[in-house]
Design a binder for this molecule. Sequence first.
Ligand SMILES: Nc1ncnc2c1ncn2[C@@H]1O[C@H](COP(=O)(O)OP(=O)(O)OP(=O)(O)O)[C@@H](O)[C@H]1O
Ligand SMILES: [Mg+2]
Length: 243
Amino acid sequence: MSALLEVRRLAKQFGGLSAVEDVSFAVETGEIVGLIGPNGAGKTTLFEMASGFQRPTRGEIWFDGTRIDRLSTPAICARGLARTFQIVRPFGDMTVLDNVIVGAFMRAPSPKMARAHAATILAQVHLAGRCDQVARTLTLADRKRLEMAKALATGPKLVLLDEVMAGLTRVETDEIMEIVRALPRAGVTILMVEHNMHAVMGLSDRVIVIHHGRKIGEGSPAQIAENPAVVAAYLGGRDDADA
Ligand SMILES: Nc1ncnc2c1ncn2[C@@H]1O[C@H](COP(=O)(O)OP(=O)(O)OP(=O)(O)O)[C@@H](O)[C@H]1O
Ligand SMILES: [Mg+2]
């Protein structure tokens, strides 16, 4: 069976800076895969390319049997690949429900059905009680959940989560972990960038490590925790289990 997402020898240069260099990996349907690496490693740039916000300099991205690295963001989203943004981007003056309805229109044939679908998604991320609240008045934890809901509302097969737990307390993190853990059973595969090791190690079936734009390790959370190159580049240098 071919992978849901396959990245082949991907590279991205910004002028003289090589942000991503010769990275290859695959994500299979039903997996939760963690993507980790120090600040500036190229993680968000990988997401930008996979979601059509940046064009690769070299390499290919295949999703669900189609080459997507030359497609537009809406075309990629329509095929079932959605992302969240590291810096959350709600439509601030709109209500929580209306923010999610925007995504739901990707598949819903009528406003009524978009509204119903958005309400279901908000329940899935434990935001049902905040439907009528204006988005900019939400707490950070709720804004992160709204960011997830906006992506999930588009009906994705794969969601790229970019640091949805950054800045949250342990209790808030655990709640989002519970939401993420349930997604594969609902038909949503996950590739997530996360600095929070408690979350990455607790959730991931597999972890991919990048450093200075290159892949330096890949394996189960236990294998990654013991990989000397990974420990030297990343894990040994920080203690941010609750970051
Ligand atoms: N649009 C851009 N133009 C120029 N340089 C960029 C651009 N986007 C990212 N970079 C550079 O590419 C490198 C990788 O950045 P990226 O945002 O992908 O890192 P990251 O792994 O997501 O880091 P963090 O953990 O801090 O979010 C960095 O040196 C960054 O400054
Ligand atoms: Mg980033």
